[in-house]
Design a protein around this ligand. Structure first.
Ligand SMILES: [Fe+2]
Length: 220
């Protein structure tokens, strides 16, 4: 089942919220300029190559964060002028926190988890056709992700969920930019055997109101 209509986006199922600020919605279409997207994707692929040199994490099913230091952030804005311009237009530049790069290798499971940050701005980069972000109603366990997923320290804060009782509550094809709810159990699911890469831009403080709703100008 593919949830495409705005009403379907709001799950009718029970959602285990990780914290009180966890949004009620699963995903939204961001108000990014569609014409700028190809340039932003090219820029982010360049950042992966830069950051790979310093991070030394394998390309497997891994989440690694880049951009927390001033030096790394400077590199990002040098490499990504179009992204910088779009984030500035959307009033997100001052609250930029880091870019998470999410790779999925079909032979290594990327388990359902919660992120501990409420929202991410996801941008597909490489082999995202026929891949999905899937959400579950599931019990959060006090256990970290498997070691191969933890590409940087912040990823260590994510928590896996009890897969035995996890019930899918929604999914969206990850072929276009999406705001995603990161604090309801979710995972990237691939239906091919190629390495898949996406970026997930994170913000602090997060661009949501006290009810977990994104600032209205951020969604289409
Ligand atoms: Fe996540």
């Amino acid at each position: 089942m593919f949830l495409k209509s705005p009403t379907a986006n709001k799950s009718k199922y029970c959602m285990q919220k990780y914290q009180s600020t966890t949004p009620d919605w699963l995903y939204h279409t961001p108000a990014l300029d569609a014409d700028a997207l190809p340039a932003i994707q090219k820029e982010l692929l360049k950042v992966i190559i830069h950051s790979k040199e310093s991070m030394m994490v394998p390309y497997t099913s891994t989440f690694f964060c880049y951009g927390q230091t001033d030096e790394d952030r400077q590199k990002i804005w040098e490499t990504c002028p179009t992204l910088k311009q779009e984030l500035s237009r959307l009033k997100l530049l001052d609250i930029f926190y880091f870019i998470g790069f999410v790779s999925v290798d079909a032979s290594k499971e990327f388990p359902p988890h919660i992120d501990t940050l409420d929202v991410g701005l996801n941008i597909p980069l490489y082999n995202c056709n026929n891949t999905y972000t899937v959400w579950y109603d599931a019990k959060v366990l006090d256990q970290p992700m498997p070691n191969y997923v933890i590409g940087s320290e912040l990823t260590g804060a994510a928590r896996i969920v009890d897969k035995k009782n996890a019930v899918e509550i929604g999914r969206v094809e990850a072929t276009r930019p999406l705001w995603i709810n990161g604090n309801v159990a979710h995972r990237p699911e691939t239906h091919h055997d190629k390495l898949r890469m996406a970026a997930s831009i994170r913000f602090c403080p997060e661009p949501v109101d006290e009810n977990g709703n994104l600032w209205p100008h951020l969604i289409k």
